[in-house]
Every structure is written in structure tokens, then in C-alpha cells.
Design a protein around this ligand. Structure first.
Ligand code: UGA
Length: 438
């Protein structure tokens, strides 16, 4: 049965969720204070690079199931469910998550909330946030028991819409049967598909998300720690990952060694979990996450070390970084390992050229010290070293005989290149997590 819902906050999470909800048949109002975003969304442009999203957004606008507004109005009162999808970035100067956008979202929706409507948080939050937001909602509405639930989102950038429509599982944290009933209705098409639907309390639902991202970050740093050992012992971390991955208890996913994890989620979420655990007096339980973070950041330094081993000082040297986005199929450069390596090479004295198929617009204004190059082949002109830092398809499939840097040296930061092919084309190849004989 189609329901009327609002989706508050239309960044990555909110825009994707709004489109997914419209696609499964609900009537959606997307709410976002930024008027430029509203104008762009209303014209079918999500405002970030996500394969397939703009096409589906345009379809849903045409179907009449989705509209956008810069603030709530009387129409919001008709909604049965209000999904809150605002960001919870790292607080500057602290490891903790900034939950102030959630507080504003609650205050904004309060005057338009029916007493029988449900507010559902989807943002990634420190455990305990939902309880304090419920108290705040009670104050702002005057309702004795406002209904607030938590439904963490597990979508990945690059496959966001698909992940929203067909998630591995749905988790809902609720405090009463009506909330569960409403959420079963809104997710009915997914439940009918057989997607596991887990009903928990609020704290568990909040913590599930933090735990999932901490586990994923741990898997990546685990294999990167093995890579550090491989580098000094002559072993090959990629073969090692393959070998341990055949053990079903370990699994082969998220064991790709390389320059490590970045993006708007994994790095800030492990830090937020550390901060929250410390507040709760159990900091030791996740103290190991400090190491996970450090291993991850050390991979970036390793690339600079390999460059210096090859070139000596980087001063007067031209270094090409292939990739700026934190991963392929995304234009997100938040905490991007590729961008961090570019800036480290620059700080070490190199002239740095950065290529990326879609993410350069996010770098241009913030980092005028980097030279941005749109043409992949042009980017190789007169460079002394190349670092593959984001595994875009165009880099994986690049024919090395068609590029002519002045010094043929490449570091494979993601372990995706056919080493023999690059060597045949005259390149000296280095990679993370193994020692290559050239
Ligand atoms: C991550 C989680 O995977 C999602 O489940 C979660 O919903 C999302 O955060 C979030 O909290 O919103 P995402 O940030 O889109 O999704 O990116 P991932 O695919 O998890 O990749 C994160 C980083 O890890 C990337 O920089 C990627 O290059 C790196 N990575 C991934 C590796 O270095 N090795 C791997 O084996 C896998």
C-alpha cells in the first residue's frame, strides 16, 4: 500500500532513499534547506555522481511520486513517516560525530508532526542518540510519547540505488508495535522479496551500523597490516588474501590490500565509535580501532616512500596521481586516499598532476596547488612517476604502450594492473603489499 512520506536531508543517503521509496510506489516529499539543491533535484539531477540515480530520479519526477521542497509546510502533516537522512560529520578538532543537523531536523519537523506519525532516523549516529532525540521531540511537540524509530542505511556509493532497493538486510530499532507495523508497510516490497527484516531496540539498531563499518574497516586494515609484513619478507599480500579468503569463515570480500579506505563513512565512523565508547566508559573495547586508523593512514606514507626510493628527492619531480575519488564510480573526494597521497607528494616537493574521470570538480577550488588534467593520455606528459590510487576502469584497462611519460615508473596502489604487460611496455612497476622484480 502506497504511503505518504517525507525524506529530510537530500545528500547521498537522502536523495537515494527518496528515489528508492518513490520507485517502490510511495508518495515522497524530499526536504532540504539548500535552494540550489532543490532546484537541481527538481530537474532530475541529484548533484553528485552515482550511476543510474539521475535516470531513476527523472522517471520518478515524471511519475508524480516525488517532489522537493526547501522547508516543511502543511503537506508534511499528511505524512505517516518522516525519514531523517541528514549528515553526521566528524566534529572539527574531535573524533566525535556532530549530531547538530539531526537536532535541527527534529525541530523543523516538530510543528508539522501528527501524533500518530513516525519519525525514522537513518543517519549514522552514536549509540544513545535516538533516545535523546525522542526527548527533544517530546519537548518540541508537547506529545507525551512521540514515536521515533531507527533504521540504519547500509548503501555503498557507486551502487547506492541498488543497495537501497535490495539491501542485504533491513534493521529497524523500535519502541512499540505501531512503529514496527508502519515500517513493515513502508518496506513491504523488500520484505516480500525475502530480504531479512530484523526488529531490535533503538540502541542495537544504532550500534549495528557503527559495528558494520568498524568491521569493514578492520578487514581492510587487517590485510594492509599483512601487506606491511609482506613488504619486508618477500610475501605477496594479494595472494595471501586470496588464500585466506577461501575459508568461508573469513570470506574473500573487503580484503583488497592497497592504499586503504577513505570516504565520508568508514574513517569518521570508526573515530565516532571510539569517541562514543570512551564517553560510555568502555574506550578500551575499541582502542584497537586507533590502530586500524593508523595502519590505514600509513599506507599513504608507504606510497611516498616508494616514490622517494625511486626518485630520490621529490623536489623538481613531476608525479601523476591516477584518481582523486575515494573509490571508483564516485565523485566523492572526502578523506580520499588518492587525494591525500597527492597532497603528501606535493608537500614533499613534487609537482603533482591529478587525473580523475569525474571527481576533479571537487578538487579544483580546494587545492589550487595541484595541477588537474582532464585528458588521461595528456596527463602522462613529462612525468617522472605515476601512482594508480583509485582503481577506475579506464586505468585498469589502459594500454601502457599508448602512454609516454619521461620516466616509466608506476606504483600500483590498488593491485589491479597486469604487471607483466606494463613491464613489457618498458615500465618499472612497484605495488603495495609485495615486492616486484623489474
Ligand atoms: C561504506 C559501507 O561499505 C556501506 O555499507 C555504508 O553504508 C557506508 O559506508 C555508509 O556508512 O554510508 P562506502 O563509503 O560507499 O560504503 O564505501 P566502501 O565500498 O565501503 O569503500 C570504502 C573504502 O574502502 C574505499 O576507499 C575503498 O577503496 C576501500 N576498500 C574497500 C579497500 O581499500 N579495500 C577493500 O577490500 C574494500
Amino acid at each position: 500500500m502506497a504511503m505518504k512520506i517525507t525524506v529530510i536531508g537530500l545528500g547521498y543517503l537522502g536523495a537515494t532513499h527518496a528515489v528508492a521509496m518513490a520507485k517502490v510506489g510511495h508518495q515522497v516529499i524530499g526536504i532540504e534547506p539548500n535552494p540550489q539543491k532543490i532546484a537541481s533535484l527538481s530537474q532530475g539531477k541529484a548533484g553528485f555522481f552515482e550511476p543510474g540515480l539521475d535516470e531513476e530520479l527523472a522517471k520518478q519526477i515524471a511519475s508524480g511520486r516525488i517532489t522537493f521542497k526547501s522547508a516543511h509546510d502543511e503537506e508534511s502533516r499528511e505524512a505517516d513517516i518522516h525519514f531523517i537522512c541528514v549528515g553526521t560529520p566528524q566534529t572539527p578538532g574531535s573524533m566525535a560525530a556532530d549530531t547538530s543537523y539531526l537536532v535541527s531536523a527534529i525541530n523543523d519537523v516538530a510543528p508539522y508532526l501528527r501524533e500518530d506519525a513516525l519519525v525514522v532516523g537513518k543517519s549514522t549516529v552514536p549509540v544513545g542518540t535516538a533516545v535523546s532525540l525522542t526527548q527533544q521531540l517530546a519537548k518540541a511537540t508537547g506529545f507525551s510519547a512521540p514515536n521515533l524509530a531507527w533504521n540504519p542505511e547500509f548503501l555503498r556509493e557507486g551502487t547506492a540505488l541498488e543497495d537501497s532497493l535490495h539491501p542485504d538486510r533491513l534493521v529497524i530499532g523500535v519502541t512499540n508495535p505501531r512503529a514496527e507495523e508502519l515500517l513493515r508497510q513502508v518496506f513491504a516490497p523488500m520484505i516480500a522479496e525475502g530480504i531479512p527484516f530484523l526488529v531490535t531496540d533503538l540502541a542495537t539498531a544504532e550500534l549495528v551500523k557503527a559495528a558494520a563499518n568498524a568491521f569493514l574497516a578492520t578487514k581492510i586494515s587487517f590485510i594492509n597490516a599483512m601487506a606491511e609484513i609482506a613488504e619486508v619478507s618477500g610475501a605477496d599480500a594479494s595472494s595471501l588474501a586470496k588464500a585466506i579468503g577461501y575459508d568461508e569463515r573469513i570470506g574473500n570480500k573487503f580484503l583488497r590490500n592497497g592504499v586503504g579506505f577513505g570516504g565520508g563513512c568508514l574513517p569518521k565512523d570508526i573515530r565516532a565509535l571510539i569517541a562514543r565508547a570512551e564517553e560510555l566508559g568502555v574506550g578500551e573495547s575499541v582502542a584497537y580501532l586507533h590502530e586500524i586508523d593508523k595502519i590505514n593512514l600509513r599506507r599513504r606514507d608507504r606510497v611516498i616512500h616508494l616514490l622517494q626510493e625511486e626518485l630520490g628527492t621529490l623536489s623538481q619531480k613531476r608525479v601523476l596521481i591516477l584518481g582523486a575519488a575515494f573509490k571508483p564510480d564516485s565523485d566523492d573526494v572526502r578523506d580520499s586516499p588518492a587525494l591525500a597521497i597527492a597532497l603528501l607528494a606535493k608537500a614533499a616537493g613534487a609537482e603533482v598532476i591529478v587525473h580523475d574521470p569525474v571527481a576533479l570538480h571537487g578538487v579544483a577550488l580546494k587545492h589550487p596547488e595541484l595541477t588537474l588534467e582532464q585528458s588521461l593520455h595528456q596527463a602522462f606528459t613529462n612525468v617522472d612517476a605515476v601512482v594508480l590510487a583509485t582503481e577506475w576502469k579506464e586505468y585498469r584497462e589502459l594500454d601502457p604502450t599508448t602512454v609516454t611519460p619521461r620516466n616509466k615508473f608506476i606504483i600500483d596502489g590498488r593491485n589491479v594492473l597486469d604487471v607483466a604487460k606494463w613491464q613489457q611496455a618498458g615500465f618499472k612497476v612497484q605495488a603495495l603489499g609485495r615486492t616486484i622484480t623489474n
